[in-house]
Design a protein around this ligand. Structure first.
Ligand SMILES: [Cu+2]
Length: 616
């Protein structure tokens, strides 16, 4: 697999390459793009107020990363440029300060952040006649899959969902649905579903620097599929910014939350939604998973820092205390969504999104107790098993027929890597993305899609992989821009593509009443939660997998406008369903340590749901 971030060019060891000013004149920068935490406007141009700027050939643009506008670090990485351009811009680690580029060839340049990959910027460079040359299939193979050789820049931009600065643009490009979109699943769930509605605007919700920051948590009652509560960060002391992913403690009276565009994690009272405590843990904490190993730091939180190199252990003893910090690989890591092995949780599978310049990442198997790296699979373009490890971002895991199997989503290659965690070997790679002409097996430049969360069902049968689209262009065979790929763990083949609303990002498994599990799916560019039944007729064959529910998340929050209920990323159904996490809660029934509500939830579970270890 070619290193497609720099087609036809060798990787050059430069942080910032500024094409010499002498050929074009050097008058300083004509625009500054501020990296921000504002949904759809993550690179805000000083001139336009939007993530798109138009300049002339030879002019310079500065990119500023500071606490004026963002609470963490980022990269500014050039993804696409006109044929013949010599501009390069990329970094091997997260940045503060100013980066610059001077633009040498007229046409369209596309940038993103490798830590928060949907942060998108566009620089359009006019030619001598004042026109912006088309985007060609040579620059962006996606265009060719639409059956044309080139498209005007305005046409391309009109379908890119990550460029949506205003409410009007969000309404035009995103799936902002009303109550009539509701589809209630015929079989209820049990418990609650916590959704990080990361993009919802909240008046007066500011970070420690006093800057307005987005994000709420929307809590859905799984029995009725209605919103029962919304949590915001106004009581967090400014330690709240783009709430991204959650986990719960074993008594299910507290939910932990990580703030991806900040430095903080929170502990939230489940019943009231009040923030009990918050802690500064480091740059861009992502996912939280508790350790289920009896006697071995049981209940301690594992927290990767995606704009850094380490995964933390955080003990909750009333306040949140860092007790360990270990690198998740050799050199630079940028770890994102880890998972711990079903049952004991003795090993962590950690995707390291990028290791240096370019998109090459790695996947580590870590000894949970010591934090030592047992095995690191590094991307190697010449090895078919590791070539797809381009921006690995999220992992799922469970024992399948007694073998611990991990499924890791590689955002840039479009493949899910299947790993035997016990033998520490890669078994295969499964393509889950689709080009606009229905082809699979192609990278993100052909599909403008990438897989994100990819959990294994607690009964070991299915993997549900969220496939995120950067555009709203539908594609066969699903007929939608985004989808969930259902992988059968017996064959490790995709058995069904299920269409989903815009911006499909998160998935997790929750209890289906009477037996089995639902995949709860979040969609960051929509205001609904999707409920997927992987096997509605229960015959063990997933070819009938279907979306059986669409749950509106907007609840007319004051000031939220078009963002009400949007931004769905992390999703945490309670009770926690997997082997290792459900049994400790079940074992507390009757001890007085569970609330009556939680006792009621546990009372509704089948024996299999109470103990999915398959050892009884
Ligand atoms: Cu970023």
């Amino acid at each position: 697999m070619k290193n497609f971030f720099f087609p036809g060019a060798v990787l050059v060891l430069v942080l910032t390459a500024i094409i010499s000013g002498t050929a074009y004149g050097d008058g300083g920068s004509v625009d500054t793009m501020f990296l921000t935490d504002e949904p759809g406007n993550w690179f805000k141009s000083e001139r336009t107020g939007k993530p798109v700027t138009v300049i002339k050939r030879g002019q310079r643009v500065d990119f500023k990363i500071s606490n004026c506008c963002t609470s963490t670090r980022h990269t500014v990485t050039l993804l696409m440029k006109p044929t013949g351009s010599r501009v390069v811009l990329d970094q091997d680690k997260s940045q503060n300060g100013t980066l610059s580029a001077t633009f040498d060839v007229p046409g369209v340049y596309l940038f993103h952040c490798k830590i928060h990959p949907y942060m998108t910027a566009v620089v359009e460079v006019k030619d001598g006649a004042g026109n912006i040359p088309d985007v060609t299939a040579a620059m962006l193979p996606f265009i060719g899959h639409l059956g044309v050789n080139s498209l005007p820049a305005t046409t391309v931009l009109s379908v890119v969902t990550t460029v949506a600065a205003t409410d009007a643009e969000k309404r035009a490009k995103w799936d902002i649905l009303d109550a009539s979109s509701r589809v209630t699943p015929p079989v209820p769930g049990v418990g609650e579903v916590w959704v990080d509605t990361q993009f919802e605007r909240v008046p007066n919700q500011t970070d420690v620097s006093g800057v307005l920051k987005p994000g709420t948590i929307t809590v859905v009652d799984a029995a009725t599929f209605t919103v029962e509560r919304e949590v915001n960060g106004r009581q967090s002391g400014g330690m709240w910014n783009n709430p991204h992913n959650m986990w719960a403690n074993f008594t299910l009276d507290a939910v932990y939350n990580g703030n991806w565009f900040g430095k903080w994690i929170n502990k939230i009272d489940r019943l009231t939604g009040s923030i009990l405590t918050s802690a500064t843990v480091g740059e861009a904490p992502t996912h939280i998973v508790t350790i289920p190993t009896p006697g071995q730091n049981m209940g301690v939180l594992t927290v990767p820092l995606s704009a850094d190199n380490n995964m933390l252990k955080v003990r909750d003893d009333g306040r949140l205390q860092i007790i360990d910090s270990e690198p998740t690989g050799a050199g630079r890591n940028h770890p994102h969504a880890q998972t711990l092995t079903c049952g004991q949780g003795d090993r962590a599978i950690v995707p390291n999104v990028f290791k240096g310049l370019g998109p090459a990442g790695s996947i580590s198997i870590v000894d949970t107790a010591s934090g030592s790296v047992l095995k690191e699979f590094r991307q190697d373009p010449n090895n078919p098993l590791t070539a797809p490890l381009l921006m690995p971002i999220a992992a799922g895991e469970c024992h399948v027929n007694g073998v611990h199997k991990a499924y890791v989503a590689n955002l840039a290659s479009g493949f899910v890597t299947v790993i035997n965690v016990d033998t520490q070997t890669i078994l295969r790679n499964v393509s889950v993305t689709l080009a606009p002409d229905g082809q699979t097996g192609l990278d993100i430049f052909h599909t403008l899609q990438g897989p994100i969360q990819t959990p294994v069902s607690p009964n070991e049968k299915w993997v549900a992989t969220a496939v995120f689209s950067l555009t709203n262009v539908d594609r066969p065979p699903v007929g939608s821009a985004d989808h969930v790929a259902i992988i059968d763990t017996a064959t490790d083949q995709v058995v069904k593509y299920v269409p989903t609303p815009a911006g499909t990002h998160g998935v997790n498994w929750g209890i289906k009443s009477g037996g089995g599990y639902y995949a709860y799916v979040t969609n960051q560019h929509a205001n609904v939660l999707t409920v997927i039944d992987p096997d509605p007729n229960g015959d063990g064959n997933g070819t009938d997998a279907a979306a059986v529910g669409t749950i509106p998340l907007a609840n007319r929050s004051t000031g939220a406008g078009a963002t009400d209920g949007t931004g769905g990323q992390g999703v945490k159904p309670l009770p926690m369903t997997h082997d290792g996490w459900i049994q400790p809660t079940v074992s507390l029934v009757g001890t007085g340590r569970l609330s009556a509500e939680v006792e009621g939830w546990i009372g509704q579970l089948t024996p299999e749901q109470k103990d999915p270890s398959h050892q009884h």
